[in-house]
Ligand binder design. Structure first.
Ligand SMILES: Cc1cc2nc3c(=O)[nH]c(=O)nc-3n(C[C@H](O)[C@H](O)[C@H](O)COP(=O)(O)O)c2cc1C
Length: 296
């Protein structure tokens, strides 16, 4: 609880956990680090991706298309969340490799249409944020008039089987769900508490080692929530994450500088990551070693 007697926020707990992880230095035998990132047959400059944001630009000049353009400029993967078909088409047209995360709509036809549309318009991958089925009162969620529903393993298997695109499940925060995602043949999961969708959520990095062990290389593991600098990314990658997704940290640069702000922030975080890789003996993304970290 915080001093006002309210539950501590998951973002605060996650931030504190990230800051409690410390890093050794290892300088002998090192080379210049390389952050080239390969995923699903494509090559990127960085393992830092955008998180699946949405509805940006309503109160400012720059929105989701500029967000995608910024990701493309940094040669980084761009996740996107709730949005219409035209927006996704315009995002893909920037040249960005876009991963479309679809809401767990009650309307199965809508889900099918959105999966097919993502494939037809050239998205890089598609997926679902399974953690948005309920609201905080234990009722089914309703987002902007769209009713949501929890999804079964069979539902997810059907969605994954409906497309030739990699299928990513976002909002995994337990070994149980991670194993289910591996079972249905998902190509990836995003460890996330969705910007504090519940209080006292386990920090994604606290549960990451357990999840890496459980999925045993069967799928890509993205991590989001409170990823703000290269050190956060380094810690996630050292603990086995395939890539790291950045959400709120990109919002101010986007609203102030558009695509350039997004690209600059991703490039800066990548440079910070490289700086730590150089001082810890990590030559490339295949050579991270968790023993360089001191966990609390
Ligand atoms: C403005 C905003 C919109 C978001 N929209 C979506 C969405 O449509 N779909 C989704 O899966 N997550 C959505 N998220 C959650 C993010 O993808 C991410 O999980 C969360 O913000 C944690 O990352 P962060 O701490 O880096 O912001 C949204 C977050 C924000 C702040």
């Amino acid at each position: 609880m915080n001093t006002a007697g309210n539950p501590a926020s998951s973002n605060e707990i996650t931030r504190n956990y990230l800051d409690s992880i410390l890093i050794e230095m290892r300088h002998i035998d090192n080379t210049l680090p390389d952050t080239t990132f390969r995923l699903f047959g494509e090559e990127f400059a960085t393992p830092i991706t955008t998180a699946a944001l949405s509805h940006l630009g309503k109160d400012s000049e720059h929105g989701m298309v500029e967000f995608a353009r910024g990701g493309a400029m940094a040669n980084a993967i761009v996740f996107t969340g709730m949005g219409d078909t035209k927006e996704l088409e315009d995002m893909v047209a920037t040249g960005a490799k876009v991963i479309k995360i679809i809401k767990p709509y009650e309307d199965e036809n809508l889900i099918c249409e959105k999966i097919r549309h993502a494939e037809d318009c050239g998205a890089f991958a598609v997926g679902m944020d399974i953690d948005h089925a309920f609201n905080k009162k234990g009722e089914y969620d309703n987002i902007l008039g769209f009713p949501m529903r929890p999804k079964t393993l069979d539902d997810l298997k059907r969605y994954a089987g409906m497309t030739s695109l990699p299928f990513i499940v976002k909002g995994v925060l337990s070994r149980v769900d991670a194993e289910k995602c591996a079972e249905i043949g998902a190509s990836g999961i995003v460890l996330s508490h969705h910007n504090g969708i519940i209080d006292y959520a386990v920090p994604p990095l606290m549960i990451l080692p357990e999840i890496m062990k459980a999925v045993n290389g069967k799928l890509a593991v993205f991590v989001d929530c409170c990823m703000e600098n290269g050190a956060d990314a380094f810690k996630a990658l050292s603990l086995g994450a395939t890539a790291v997704s950045v959400g709120r940290k990109l919002m101010k640069p986007l609203s102030e500088q558009g695509a350039e702000g997004v690209a600059e922030t991703i490039r800066l975080m990548t440079t910070q990551l490289k700086g730590i890789m150089a001082r810890t003996g990590v030559a490339n993304l295949s050579s991270f070693d968790p023993s360089v970290l001191r966990l609390p």
